[in-house]
Design a protein around this ligand. Sequence first.
Ligand code: PLP
Length: 433
Amino acid sequence: MTASEALFARAQRVTPGGVNSPVRAFRSVGGTPYFVARASGAHVWDADGNRYIDYVQSYGASIVGHAHPKVVEAVRAAAGDGTSFGAPTEREVLLAEEITARVPGCEQVRLVNSGTEAAMSAVRLARGATGRDRVVVFAGCYHGHSDGLLAGGGSGVATLGLPASAGVPAAAVGDTLVAPYNVVPEVEKDVACVVVEPVAANMGLVPPAPGFLAGLRQACDQAGALLIFDEVITGFRLAWGGAAEVFGVTPDLWCFGKVIGGGLPLAAFGGRRDVMEHLAPAGPVYQAGTLSGNPLATAAGLAVLSLLDRDVYAGFAARVGRFAAGLLDALGSSLPGRVQVPVAGPLVGVFFSAGSVTGYEGARASAGTGLYPGLMHGLLERGVAIAPGAYEILFPSLAHSDADLSGTVEAFAGAAADLARADPGRAVPGADS
Ligand SMILES: Cc1ncc(COP(=O)(O)O)c(C=O)c1O
């Protein structure tokens, strides 16, 4: 028995499914999850000493690579001064200043502990500010696991094939309308907000169609609804100013997470001052948190953002673009016409499809081919870790060296060749969906 197998057996006795977040359990890909013992830069080592080139990178919470010395030092120094106070600190101000400086139109932010909290609180704020209840979301997007936002969700909800979740009362989703991604829905005058991932990254990677985000802006303006960009993945990964900068569309509210916490539990929601001032204590919309603005998390977030100047992004996206082209070649040589490798800035996805995927139907059809588990395990055997779920994406980090990237392309070529040998006739969806 490997050390990971032994740990998983113990974990399953004391934790439901043996994990603290469902996709980690490998249920949809089979096998035993590797337990991580340590990580550095682009690599993780499991409890058995195996090294993997890591594209999970804490599902995007890590952008500069694991255990970056500047981040480690910032956290170490902060810890020495106390880990939580229940009173405001300077670093909270600095982080809010950094975020608002990068994002025109985002005048105030509130720090929270997870992306789930950020999205849940942003929706409450939108409802409080507009006096309306209904919320529009898009199939295959994921905004965390709060009741009203799970409907039609991507990521783990999709991986486990759940329509939403047991335990969510019908009333909690009664005001949630689920629309297809990349189609501008009709927004009625009773809608409080439209919540969207500006680049969908929880049903594989689905970039917005030209005009989609601008169309949402227009539809919200006409209905008097607020537009919320959930930038928990895209924020400060896609560009210095996030997705709003890339697509030239300014929402009313933003959700941030992952990158801004530098691998520690931290997220934020923010927006126009007149909307944000509905929040307690300035206004009547209640939201709070014992650990919000945590000293270690703000120290890590500030350290990471200090490493992400404007120059970083163009080079990062260009390198990842070349890498993605390499992956497409590697996969395509054994599975010609059956693979798509979408890319948006430094985000990369893999679909098993003959045509490009523009929404959840296409993403589900790709997952339904059943090819992803074989690819994922073939890569793991070759020392490359991608997420154990067909709806997840790859997160190359700034720490991935040219050797890491070219080694990964080779591993993809090998894994794809095995897949093709094992099942040469496996069909993939053809339509653009
Ligand atoms: C776009 C988006 N929003 C919200 C969340 C929820 O964040 P968390 O897992 O920190 O609660 C995620 C998590 O993956 C996400 O990708």
